[in-house]
Design a protein around this ligand. Structure first.
Ligand SMILES: Nc1ncnc2c1ncn2[C@@H]1O[C@H](COP(=O)(O)OP(=O)(O)OP(=O)(O)O)[C@@H](O)[C@H]1O
Ligand SMILES: *[C@@H]1O[C@H](CO)[C@@H](O)[C@H](O)[C@H]1NC(C)=O
Ligand SMILES: *[C@@H]1O[C@H](CO)[C@@H](O)[C@H](O)[C@H]1NC(C)=O
Ligand SMILES: *[C@@H]1O[C@H](CO)[C@@H](O)[C@H](O)[C@H]1NC(C)=O
Ligand SMILES: *[C@@H]1O[C@H](CO)[C@@H](O)[C@H](O)[C@H]1NC(C)=O
Ligand SMILES: *[C@@H]1O[C@H](CO)[C@@H](O)[C@H](O)[C@H]1NC(C)=O
Ligand SMILES: *[C@@H]1O[C@H](CO)[C@@H](O)[C@H](O)[C@H]1NC(C)=O
Ligand SMILES: [Mg+2]
Length: 651
């Protein structure tokens, strides 16, 4: 009983060997040659990626490759050669266009020793004296790419059936002439009918039904029992590379299908003629690529330029007050015209909403080329940004670009006072109560700037367009301190007067020396404007200039000047308050600097804490005002004038 396991092993052993024999001796398939054991000679090699390279591009060489073991071909009783079937994928590379080597032969031979053969036209199959000698014992299917009259070749691209020599017993033009394309060939032999079929097709096509070449020959006359199968190839005077990419073979059964997808890629040859598709598609692709890359580059450059900013080391400390231009650009929707709030002496003002915080802002773009004084100015802007008062427009921060300074203010929904006074944009007429509140608001804001903050801040450009109104119609002073930007570095000889004509105190117009009292002068003008609804300098129908101060003073002595208060109010005003503002306006815009009250006094007058001094136009310097606007009149020299002394005498 204990010999049974041994028996089982023996059976298993035999079975394994039988199956191995069956697969290895009846058929094989190589979808690529990597790691495949072949008998190679001459220049034939297997490339690392699995191509069987029969010739390597060097002239006048030959190469052979055989399946390592021979096949038992004859059925033992009769000695007749059995049926077989082969298929292979090959490629012939030419180095010069359309000049090929001598081709590839599929070979069945009694021996694998073809050393006594010659290259060039002999294809590594024969030598120059044994063509057709019956002792050669081979059957070959030549794929001949060279016409040799010596062997009665029909053309330079044909398929031929060769027995023991190169003079084909049957041949046919290959028909296909595709450069460098892989082709597939099928060779079939029927042992009974002795029929030989050769079929050829490009690799991407299925096997054609009709063979290219059909002939009948009794191969039992050529081949003996054991038969080697393989390939032979040679080069002549022209360089060529000849490849077999895949190969299958079967005895008494069809050759297994080659898996086309597994075949190795052919190497690219030198100046390979480009395919038509590449010739058309490549330039388009290249152009498209260039355009895409170019566009991206331009967009990036534009983006850089668009958002480019000017940033200097000294700005680090102001970092929190600095806005990125990109944010402002987005906030104002690319500085669209529909967001333009107005154009002033310094530049354009746009409305915007900050992307993240949704804060409404007014963005003022000031073109400014000089770098001089910029540091001081930005420092001042930032310190001004710390000012906090209910009658001031908050300055959120700034941004700097080349030649440009951008200021970011709180947005004032009700716009600027000038639009209400002169009925632009169909704004409603302000009531007296609103006007009086606005005057008080401005006074309060200006007092804060002059006296209540740690530093004295001069506004320098008080006028209705710089008085903005918030949701609740509170007056808020904007643009304070901005005039200084143009003050810095300006040449005192060619004084660039900062401020607005009509609001400039006479002394300032002359010497460009700003002081709190020059702000008071402009404030006085503004008060008169709000009360009278007229501009500081108006024109009559005849084109004559009318100074607002002169016009108010006209017939002043005749009692309360009812006709001076804005007619749009249609009498709807508080007489005492109107009287107070007219007096205050005149007093503040007094040509003599030392007769102007300061802002603290102004507040006291407005609050009714102290009554304002009486104004007697005939005894004051007011009548000199129009004179001073034109002539070289120095009001400083008049400060001690006796004529003025009675002005401050009180009510
Ligand atoms: N913070 C703001 N909120 C709402 N609108 C504003 C704001 N700042 C300015 N504006 C509007 O923009 C317009 C232009 O302002 P800008 O300050 O540039 O010119 P201006 O006041 O007329 O003259 P100046 O350059 O002498 O100040 C103003 O008339 C005002 O209507
Ligand atoms: C081809 O093979 C021969 C012999 O091995 C060698 O001398 C020659 O340099 C090879 N040519 C190329 C192009 O590799
Ligand atoms: C054929 O080849 C054999 C062996 O090489 C030689 O002996 C014989 O003479 C050859 N026959 C002819 C016809 O050349
Ligand atoms: C050869 O081709 C013909 C025509 O298609 C076919 O009838 C015949 O069976 C083929 N013979 C072999 C051996 O495949
Ligand atoms: C084929 O050739 C062999 C060997 O010469 C011969 O024995 C056989 O009879 C031949 N067969 C036919 C069909 O001619
Ligand atoms: C001022 O703005 C507020 C809110 O936007 C609005 O309700 C009010 O009517 C405006 N006042 C004037 C006089 O336009
Ligand atoms: C004005 O008066 C003061 C003192 O009253 C005097 O010091 C000053 O010199 C006078 N100025 C002029 C220009 O007369
Ligand atoms: Mg302004």
């Amino acid at each position: 009983m204990n010999h049974l396991p041994f028996l089982r092993h023996l059976i298993l052993f035999i079975a394994l060997n039988l199956s191995a024999f069956a697969t290895s001796q009846d058929q094989f398939v190589y979808s690529g040659f990597a790691g495949v054991n072949l008998i190679l000679d001459g220049v034939a090699t297997v490339t690392p990626n699995g191509l069987l390279e029969l010739t390597n591009g060097t002239v006048r060489l030959k190469g052979h490759a055989f399946h390592p073991t021979p096949f038992q071909f004859s059925k033992t009783p009769t000695g007749a050669v059995q049926s077989f079937s082969a298929s292979y994928v090959f490629a012939i590379h030419c180095v010069q266009p359309h000049i090929y080597g001598h081709g590839i032969a599929f070979l069945l031979a009694a021996s694998s020793d073809f050393s006594d053969t010659m290259p060039t036209q002999y294809m590594g199959l024969i030598n120059n004296h044994n063509n057709g000698n019956a002792t050669n014992h081979f059957f070959a299917v030549e794929l001949d790419t060279n016409q040799n009259v010596e062997f009665n070749d029909i053309d330079n691209n044909h398929v031929g059936i060769d027995i023991n020599g190169l003079t084909s017993m049957s041949s046919s033009s290959a028909g296909y002439f595709e450069d460098d394309n892989e082709m597939q060939a099928w060779v079939e032999y029927d042992g009974d009918s002795k029929q030989i079929n050769v079929t050829l097709a490009p690799i991407n096509m299925a096997k054609p039904i009709k063979p290219l070449l059909t002939t009948t020959y009794n191969l039992s006359r050529v081949l003996t029992d054991m038969v080697y199968v393989g390939f032979s190839s040679s080069t002549g005077s022209f360089m060529a590379r000849q490849y077999v990419l895949g190969w299958s073979f079967g005895v008494n059964k069809p050759a297994p299908a080659i898996d086309i997808t597994k075949l190795a890629k052919l190497p690219r040859e030198g100046p390979k003629p480009r395919s038509k598709i590449l010739e058309i598609v490549m330039p388009i692709l290249t152009a498209a690529f260039v355009i895409v890359v170019g566009t991206i580059f331009i967009l990036l450059v534009r983006r850089r330029l668009r958002y480019a900013e000017l940033r200097e080391n000294w700005e680090v400390e102001f970092g929190p007050h600095r806005f990125s231009f990109k944010d402002l650009f987005r906030a104002t929707e690319r500085f669209k015209n529909k967001n333009l709030l107005g154009v002033g002496g310094f530049g354009r003002v746009y409305k915007g909403v900050l992307p993240l915080s949704k804060l409404k802002i007014a963005v003022k773009r000031i073109s400014h080329d000089s770098k001089q004084g910029m540091k001081e100015f930005v420092a001042e802007i930032v310190s001004i940004g710390h000012l906090q008062h209910r009658n001031l427009v908050k300055l959120h921060g700034y941004c700097r670009r080349k030649g440009e300074l951008i200021l970011v203010y709180e947005y004032m929904s009700n716009g600027s006072l000038d639009k209400y006074l002169y009925d632009q944009e169909n704004k409603p007429t302000l009531t007296w109560a609103q006007r009086f509140r606005i005057i008080k608001g401005i006074a309060s804001g200006l007092l804060y700037l002059h006296e209540e903050w740690e530093k004295v801040v001069l506004h320098r450009d008080i006028k209705p367009s710089n008085v903005l109104l918030d949701d609740e119609l509170n007056a808020r002073l904007g643009d304070f301190g901005l005039a200084r930007l143009y003050d810095h570095g300006s040449d005192p000889q060619t004084t660039h007067v900062v401020g607005t004509i009509g609001y400039l105190a006479p002394k300032l117009a002359r010497t460009n020396k700003a002081s709190p009292l020059t702000d008071v002068y402009a404030f006085g003008m503004l008060v008169l404007e709000v009360t009278c609804g007229r501009k500081p300098i108006d024109r009559t129908a005849q084109g004559n200039q009318i100074m607002l101060v002169d016009w108010v003073l006209d017939r002043w002595h005749e009692g309360f000047p009812i006709d001076k208060v804005d007619t749009k109010l249609q009498g709807g005003y508080n007489v005492d308050e109107a009287c107070l503002t007219l007096k205050l306006g005149l007093l503040c815009s007094h040509p003599f600097i030392n007769l102007r009250p300061n802002m603290r006094q102004v507040m006291q007058y407005l609050n009714g804490d102290i009554p304002p001094p009486e104004i007697n136009p005939t005894h004051t310097g007011f009548n000199l005002l129009s004179l001073m606007q034109n002539k070289d009149f120095d009001p400083e020299s008049m400060t001690n004038s006796s004529t003025i002394s009675d002005l401050s005498g009180g009510r």
